[in-house]
Design a protein. Structure first.
Length: 340
């Protein structure tokens, strides 16, 4: 995008340069759309990132048949999971933890600390206020059984990365240590997107027990209606966006995992919304839309697709002012990525 903007600035009258810039923009949008598509697919699928793996392995085309092929990828992932369970079924139940002790790390929530702002300025709806004040209540339609699932191969092959991430998450208050086994010990997996590693909680055991919600992301079609040719635009990004949404206290035991170091098994639970739970995209979008609505009511042109945002205006000075306002609002209760 920066390369395209540079070409347009230096050679506004050069058709060849303009065409090159447009190609760079199109390539950038294609990469962004594909990334967001994979995140959306993992969030909405009961099988999580396993469906994405099947999707990517078979190099599915993005055409009119794509939806059918996604369904086939989900079905294949589901069959593999059932096959795994067939050989890993335990005949006796695990004992429930009798007592729980947490680490001394204090949780800090920028969202919860700004609850008055959300009530009085943002005017968020009651559902969002409850999430911010008490934590996200995972929408179970049936209760998951107690289970201990081994970590996936990808996490074991990237053990140094996993251990460093665990330390970071503890320091940030995103996870905490349990002295006893959580009710659900989910597998850890490491997603590798263009050599960028991401720690994911494989929630395949609990996702089938969650309600499914129909909703639409704001995409390129919304942007084309909001912005017109010649507008000055800017992009922004929320860093570790899901980790700003805390989990309801009694539901954290369903978001557990285990890690072995020096032959010692330690148990942890997520305090915040993890990558891997099927309703993450839905509930995060529900929270973010309150902010978007507030800013639009102020006359600003802004859209958000999960943690990525786009804003702009007719004049460059207005676009700069809009950018300043958006940063100020988001920094009040979110970690804003100033690198974008």
């Amino acid at each position: 995008m920066k390369e395209a903007r540079s070409i347009l600035t230096e050679s506004q009258d050069n058709n060849e340069s303009t065409e090159g810039a447009m190609r760079n923009i199109c390539e950038g949008l294609d990469i962004l759309n594909h990334r967001q598509k994979l995140i959306k697919l993992a969030d909405q699928s009961e099988n999580g990132w396993r469906t994405v793996t099947e999707y990517e392995t078979h190099n599915l085309a993005d055409d009119s048949e794509d939806e059918k092929r996604i369904i086939r990828a989900e079905n294949k992932a589901s069959r593999k999971m059932k096959s795994d369970k067939k050989f890993k079924t335990r005949t006796t139940p695990y004992s429930a933890p009798q007592s729980t002790r947490f680490s001394s790390v204090n949780q800090q929530s920028k969202l919860r600390s700004s609850i008055d702002y959300w009530r009085n300025i943002i005017c968020a709806n009651e559902t969002v206020i409850d999430i911010i004040e008490h934590g996200y209540k995972i929408p179970f339609h049936t209760e998951p059984s107690e289970v201990f699932l081994n970590n996936n191969k990808s996490s074991l092959e990237n053990s140094d990365f996993v251990e460093n991430e665990i330390l970071k998450l503890i320091e940030l208050g995103c996870i905490k240590e349990f002295s006893c086994k959580p009710k659900v010990v989910n597998p850890l997996t490491v997603a590798n997107n263009k050599n960028k590693l991401r720690l994911v909680l494989d929630c395949r055991h609990i996702n089938p027990h969650l309600h499914k919600f129909r909703f639409k992301y704001e995409d390129a079609s919304v942007a084309s209606q909001m912005f017109k040719k010649g507008d000055y635009c800017f992009t922004y990004d929320l860093r570790s966006a899901y980790h700003h949404v805390e989990i309801f206290e009694s539901h954290k035991t369903y978001l557990g995992f285990a890690w072995v170091k020096n032959r010692e098994t330690k148990f942890y639970v997520f305090n915040v919304l993890p990558f891997g739970i099927s309703t993450a995209g839905y509930i995060f979008t529900k929270v973010v839309r309150c902010i978007v609505k507030h800013l639009r009511n102020s006359g600003l042109k802004i859209i958000m697709y999960l943690d990525d945002g786009l804003g702009g205006a007719d004049e460059i000075s207005q676009a700069q002012e809009t950018s300043i306002v958006v940063q100020k609002v988001l920094k009040s209760f979110w970690v804003f990525d100033s690198r974008r």
